[in-house]
Design a protein around this ligand. Structure first.
Ligand code: SF4
Length: 1023
């Protein structure tokens, strides 16, 4: 089925070709400049390059700053890696000129310099004539990081509050004052001449149920829902406002349409579906890494650090690696030589490869017995293992047993338990000659398959590892090979390599898991690490080392406050058990509990993928007010275009507010836009997602004056001013003059952004045994933190402010690199068992089918919500091609406005291999039509090597309709569309809805609820 709005007409695609050329016009113009063209550059030797920020005397080592330039340590938010960087600021112009890395920050530097180094020494460390050799602590920003600073000066920024004129999404706006904005969104009224709209004050009803007859869904206040992108270090304030002050439970981020399938699959193994812990290979010490569905140094997180470490690791001769992916990317290229290999795989079939390797490991006895046999922390410690697993725990596999899929526990066999049955004190059981016995401090049998006596009669049980072995053995190596398209001998080679380096081999993955089988694919891949036994080992895999939190510390408690409320009720995204609902109870009472009216995802975090479906279908309930905070699900969720028109109807969600610096595809359909700060104008604290073994907090602060207009109180309008002003107007607890308790319980004000973030900085500075040193006047001057000195002194106590200033002078707080290891193990080890069998997964019932899912990794062929195979709906005979997306290190979903990037990659033609092209008579540069069951698009074809057979790949980040790609009218001014911003195509426009769902919803993975963009069934034709 093609929908009209999903078809990008040929004219648009032809326009893409035109803009491809136009994208280079500026470069060509610059090339034409110079002495040879009659224009004399500023300097004979260095041309028109920037003036140096400082000069170091080669004899004395003295540092002389350029008085016109400020050098500040802060954070880049050009992508979710959120690196610590150093920016060069033209003070007079209030403009960031250039970005490099922060040598204190592991996200930008390896090895990073000791935190004790003064700011002056950090400058010298990066200079050849200074204390460093100019290379050892070389600290970099990536290409995108240097380009996205253009977003600050983007002429399409929203700098004043906007209110829509005419229908939602019409592209017409009027500017309004901040004060009018606050009054209207809080008090409501007939705001658009379309009838009365309830304001935030009215919606904040903490008593009336949001849905009659379903008290478990919570109060009407849950009708305010907030969709966020990523925690850029400002979420704590937003969460305080939404949850603890307003009382709504509904907050979600973008993970379910980014890399959520990988994180959920990893979360299954790490035993936490909500926080979804994940480990990264120890790149510098590993000897072999298999990357699957991720492009090291190209995408993923932290891609810049990973790229840096891999380049080092392969050049010093230690690391060999293989990238398994349908698309050959930059990670395997000439410079990497024979240290890297590319193995093409059919999109979405990574689980078949993983299970083939797992099966081979069992068949060849290449699993780590000594590690897997340790059933508890005590046993692991006694055996010298830094982690343990539940491989030996007994699982109930008796069909029809009420605890089918759950672990056999002490209370099941009649052991006395001091506490509740099945609580933490009820022991897991292992096999022994005498029958099941509680796990102890010794190794346990890995395999058991039999019937054991329990207090309620005999029950069939197996160990977790037995179940995994059976799952792997359910298909032959040849069948797995046919499923994933990788030859048997290549699979055997990968398995051999992964099991030939002791603990120094690892598997890594990320966004490539976003397929209909993504959850189990990721769980299976990560399980290879557990069978190797590499967690917490040097050269194996490690979790992030943690951070110095801003929210709760010795100075201030930003997490709690007098009068705070606890949100109640089930979330709108249905990521909780269906069995908790009144719908389930009513259906059960009527004799048929399943299927539910829609899918539920108890083993998933918050799901943006499901939120819009929930809102437009009012299932489980609707929303009265939606806030998009710097996020763009309308661009990012594959297939969401099928429901977006319903969101444009104000009767469906009466009030939509965006807090965003730009008019993107999502803020374009809102009623109000609150301007926000960008990049180097903003505050925040973040931690690395992974790949850093030591504690690290990166701090961001306004190194330039923000551009948004000021409100009547003289504060720049943005997220913080919006939250504080609305809270104060509604008299919400936790804001105003008596809001933030210090260590003595004395309350301090929260009236400005500085009240929040500077107190957070004091916590970061003072937490732990030894607080950071006080910043000297020289530190303040060299880093230009002198710019915020008055605020630091006004907000913080005399004993706090200089320590907080150190956090900003050094761009955060970073534990020294020596803390990475203790001997041959990670200092910060993950301290819970690896789950070979996840009982939450193995015991739940799919709400839409009533059936169970496997509790261990398996090769799972994609299914729709009703349990039918996707391949049966869309057979290969009709849909012979698979479409997938990939990322370059330059463009992401929100960077298109940084036009420097479009000069490097001007557009995104669809990419296919030679055999597929020949089969369809397609030549390089031909126009092609690509069609999936969700829509079709027309674009230019690029035929190249390095694409898996029968696969078409589309780079992500193009095909915009927002950010200036279409005309915008504000008051009487037209912001004309820029065709360069509309260049290219978007795979998500061909994303699919699930045809088996009663209420419209996009196709998602049935366990993790994550979006499907890898492996869409498709056909291609030349036009
Ligand atoms: S990886 Fe690049 S774009 Fe991303 S935060 Fe770091 S410097 Fe910025």
């Amino acid at each position: 089925m093609s929908t009209r709005r999903n078809i990008l007409k040929g004219a648009a695609a032809a326009g893409a070709l035109g803009t491809f050329g136009a994208g280079y016009a500026e470069t060509l113009k610059k090339l034409a400049k110079g002495k040879w063209s009659g224009e004399v550059p500023n300097a004979a030797l260095t041309g028109n390059s920037l003036t140096p920020e400082y000069v170091i005397d080669p004899d004395t080592g003295d540092l002389a700053m350029n008085p016109d330039i400020a050098m500040s340590y802060t954070m880049c938010i050009g992508c979710t890696t959120m690196c610590g960087v150093r920016v060069k600021v033209d003070k007079a112009q209030n403009k960031v000129l250039r970005v490099t890395g922060n040598p204190y920050s592991p996200m930008s530097t390896d090895p990073f310099i000791p935190y004790e180094a003064s700011v002056k020494d950090s400058f010298l460390a990066m200079a050849q004539t200074g204390k460093g050799d100019g290379l050892t602590n070389r600290s970099t920003a990536c290409g995108r990081g240097n380009a996205v600073l253009q977003q600050v000066d983007n002429p399409r920024r929203v700098l004043k509050p906007l209110k829509r004129v005419g229908p939602r999404g019409s592209g017409k706006w009027q500017t309004i004052s901040f004060e009018q904005l606050i009054e209207e969104v809080v008090e409501g009224g007939d705001l658009f001449g379309e009838g009365r709209v309830a304001g935030l004050r009215e919606i904040r009803d903490l008593k009336t149920p949001i849905k009659n007859g379903a008290p478990e869904l919570g109060p009407r206040a849950n009708g305010l829902v907030v969709m966020n992108c990523v925690d850029d270090g400002r979420d704590n304030l937003l969460l305080r406002w939404l949850k603890q002050s307003y009382g709504s439970t509904n907050f979600t981020r973008h993970g379910s349409y980014c890399g959520g399938a990988y994180r959920s699959g990893s979360g299954a193994m790490f035993g936490d579906f909500k926080k979804m812990p994940h480990a990264k290979p120890d790149f510098l010490e590993a000897e072999f890494v298999m990357f699957v569905g991720t492009a090291p140094g190209n995408a993923g997180n932290p891609f810049k650090r990973v790229g840096n470490l891999i380049a080092k690791a392969r050049s010093d001769g230690k690391l060999d690696y293989v990238v398994v992916d349908p698309v050959l990317n930059n990670a395997q290229n000439g410079p990497s030589g024979d240290r890297s290999r590319w193995v093409p795989i059919k999109p979405g079939t990574d689980g078949a490869l993983a299970m083939a390797i797992i099966g081979w490991m069992f068949d060849h006895d290449r699993i780590n017995h000594a590690y897997l046999a340790q059933p508890s922390a005590a046993a692991a410690e006694a055996a010298g293992e830094p982690s343990w697993t539940n491989a030996t725990h007994l699982v109930i596999v008796e069909e029809g047993h009420p605890r089918y899929g759950r672990f056999l526990r002490g209370s099941d066999i009649g052991l006395a338990v001091e506490g509740d049955a099945y609580s933490d004190v009820d022991p897991f059981l292992i096999a022994s000659e005498a029958g099941p016995v509680p796990v102890g401090a010794e190794a346990a049998p890995l395999f058991f398959d039999g019937v054991v006596a329990t207090a309620k009669g005999p029950v069939a049980v197996k160990t977790s590892l037995t179940l995994l072995r059976e799952a792997a053995a359910s298909r032959t190596l040849m069948e797995y090979s046919e499923a994933c398209g990788i030859p048997v001998e290549t699979i055997e080679g990968l398995a051999t390599e992964l099991t030939s380096h002791g603990r120094k081999a690892a598997v890594n993955s990320h966004g490539g898991m976003m397929s209909g089988s993504g959850f189990y694919n990721a769980y299976a891949l990560m399980m290879i690490n557990t069978l190797i036994g590499n967690l917490n080992w040097k050269g194996g895999t490690m979790i992030a080392g943690g951070w110095f939190p801003d929210n709760k510390g010795p100075a201030y408690d930003l997490a709690k406050f007098p009068g705070m409320v606890t949100p109640k009720g089930l979330p709108i995204g249905r990521n909780v058990p269906y069995e908790k609902t009144s719908e389930f109870k009513a259906k059960k009472a009527a004799g048929q509990a399943y299927p539910a009216d829609g899918p539920w995802y108890p083993n998933a975090p918050g799901l943006a993928t499901e939120w819009i479906s929930s809102m437009v279908n009012h299932y489980p309930y609707g929303a009265e007010a939606l806030i998009f905070r710097n996020t763009n699900p309308i661009y990012g969720v594959p297939g969401i275009s099928h429901v977006v028109d319903r969101l444009k109807d104000p009767k469906v969600v009466p009030l939509i507010i965006s807090v965003d610096p730009f008019i993107n595809e999502s803020s374009a359909i809102s009623d109000y836009i609150v301007p926000d700060s960008v990049m180097y104008e903003t505050w925040g604290f973040t931690k690395p997602w992974g790949g850093v073994a030591t504690k690290a907090t990166t701090a961001r602060w306004p190194v330039i004056e923000p551009k948004m207009e000021k409100n009547a109180e003289g504060q720049r309008v943005g997220l913080e001013t919006f939250l504080i002003a609305t809270a104060k107007r509604m008299d919400l607890p936790g804001f105003g003059d008596q809001a933030i308790p210090d260590a003595d319980g004395t309350l301090h004000p929260l009236n400005r952004a500085e009240d929040w973030y500077l107190r957070g900085a004091a916590n970061v500075a003072m937490i732990g045994k030894t607080p950071v040193p006080e910043a000297t006047d020289e530190d303040l001057e060299l880093s230009n933190v002198a710019r915020i000195r008055a605020d630091l002194e006004a907000v913080l106590k005399p004993e706090e402010w200089r320590r907080a200033a150190t956090i900003y002078a050094k761009g955060g707080r970073y534990e020294n690199i020596e803390r990475s290891y203790q001997g041959d193990k990670a200092t910060y080890a993950f301290g819970a068992p690896m789950l070979v069998w996840n009982e939450g997964l193995g015991s739940f019932r799919r709400a839409t089918t009533g059936t169970r899912m496997p509790g261990s990794p398996t090769w799972f062929e994609a299914e729709f919500a009703d349990g039918s195979k996707v391949a049966d709906h869309y057979p290969a005979a009709d849909w012979p091609v698979k479409v997938m997306s990939f990322k370059s290190p330059l463009q992401n979903s929100y960077s298109v406005g940084a036009k420097a990037l479009l000069r490097i990659i001007a557009s995104n033609p669809v990419v296919l291999g030679r055999a597929l092209a020949e089969a369809h008579g397609i030549a390089n540069g031909d126009m092609v039509r690509l069609t999936t069951p969700g829509g079709s698009l027309e674009s230019v074809a690029v035929v190249r090597d390095g694409i898996a057979p029968d696969t078409v790949a589309i780079e992500h980040g193009y095909g915009h309709k927002g950010f200036g790609a279409q005309d915008i009218m504000i008051d009487d001014d037209i912001w004309p569309a820029d065709p360069r911003l509309a260049t290219g195509v978007l795979l998500n426009d061909m994303g699919m809805v699930d045809p088996t769902r009663a209420n419209t919803g996009v196709w998602v993975d049935p366990v993790s609820g994550t979006a499907v963009r890898q492996g869409l069934p498709a056909r291609i034709e030349r036009i």
